[in-house]
Design a protein around this ligand. Structure first.
Ligand code: NDP
Length: 317
């Protein structure tokens, strides 16, 4: 595993990290989840990413993760970076989502209980809140660190202008923003329009999520929608309607290029993100251990010729 420094901080993250959004919930098979986590850690993946609402049902991914930690990772806590988040809908009433201090503090307490942890390594505000003052949300993150419930804090899904303000407030409070978690893949490139430059300038790490566009940037949808795919499952966030002929056509053309590079499309899509040194880690999901084994081969070739990059731009146009 390659480890990269997270912005201007003391933390190194594995260039590939594992997220537990899908495939670790109450509807999934615990033994499969165990096998994936064990394989990941043995391959040097020291960072696991969660959120309060991961499941389904919401909260069950944290519960299952806690169970597996106790069962299989006893004695390894100090070798792990565990993150969780709050921001999306979690419980009924006016305090169960968005960015109030009330919600963030209560949610993290619940997450710690579900995972059986004293603290998380990174706590994120999951999405910007248009109504709560940013000062309140960032002060809540600072408080959580001072209480010892998280070692570092991050923000997720913040556009560049909001991120810049949040980073400034956190720095003033004495709890620097460690990391930003945005959506970024060959199919979703908004971060290139200013966010990556901002993070580099501010010394904040970047961990893109859904780097395979939930599976669209793999060879799995090239011949239709398989029964065991996220797009087919009722609990999957990817809808069948998002597997459009246009995206499949692009994936087919990218797949041909990947084959010429002696890679799978998944490996090439991850390598394409990792070629940018402003990226700390790519945050992947997997439904089977074999997918992880496949994706981790991305390190065999992270170099792209100018001609390959031009071809990719042409396909993505
Ligand atoms: P990916 O884009 O990596 O998609 C993962 C899916 O792609 C897998 O479930 C699998 O689909 C398919 N796949 C993965 N590897 C392969 C392979 N080698 N060959 C074929 N298919 C493959 O990421 P996710 O969308 O899962 O997101 C990753 C993590 O990012 C989440 O777990 C979460 O931690 C974080 N995240 C954060 C968000 C935020 O708002 N901050 C939002 C969303 C995610 P299949 O299941 O069909 O087999």
């Amino acid at each position: 595993m390659e480890y990269r420094r997270c912005g201007r901080s003391g933390i190194l993250l594995p260039a590939v990290s594992l997220g537990l959004w899908h495939n670790f919930g109450g509807v999934d098979t615990l033994e499969n989840a165990r096998a994936i986590l064990q394989l990941a850690f043995d391959a040097g993946i020291t960072h696991f990413d969660l959120a309060n609402n991961y499941g389904p049902p919401p909260g069950s991914a944290e519960e299952n993760f806690g169970r597996i930690l106790r069962q299989d990772f006893h004695g390894y806590r100090d070798q792990l970076i565990i993150s969780t988040k709050a921001g999306y809908y979690m419980w009924q009433g006016p305090y169960g989502e968005w960015g109030s201090k009330k919600y963030l503090v209560s949610s993290l307490d619940q997450s710690l209980q579900r995972m059986g942890l004293d603290y998380v390594d990174i706590f994120y505000h999951h999405r910007p809140d248009p109504d709560t003052p940013l000062e309140e949300t960032m002060t809540a993150l600072d408080l959580i660190v001072r209480q010892g419930k998280a070692l570092y804090v991050g923000i997720s899904n913040y556009p560049a202008p909001e991120a810049e303000k949040a980073i400034a407030i956190l720095r003033r409070l004495g709890t620097p923003c460690l990391i930003h978690q945005p959506k970024y893949s060959m199919f979703e490139r908004w971060v290139e329009g200013g966010l990556l430059d901002l993070l580099e300038r501010e010394g904040v790490g970047c961990i893109p999520f859904s780097p395979l566009a939930q599976g669209l940037l793999t060879d799995k949808y090239l011949k239709g929608i398989p029964d065991d795919s996220r797009a087919h499952k009722s609990s999957g966030f990817l809808q069948e309607g998002q597997v459009t002929p246009e995206r499949v056509d692009k994936a087919k053309r990218l797949n041909e290029l990947a084959i010429q590079r002696d890679q799978t499309l998944a490996q090439m899509a991850l390598a394409w993100i990792l070629k940018d040194k402003r990226i700390t880690s790519v945050l992947i999901g997997v439904s089977k251990p074999e997918q992880l084994t496949d994706s981790l081969q991305c390190f065999r070739n992270t170099w792209f010729s100018a001609d390959e990059l031009r071809q990719i731009e042409e396909i993505l146009k």
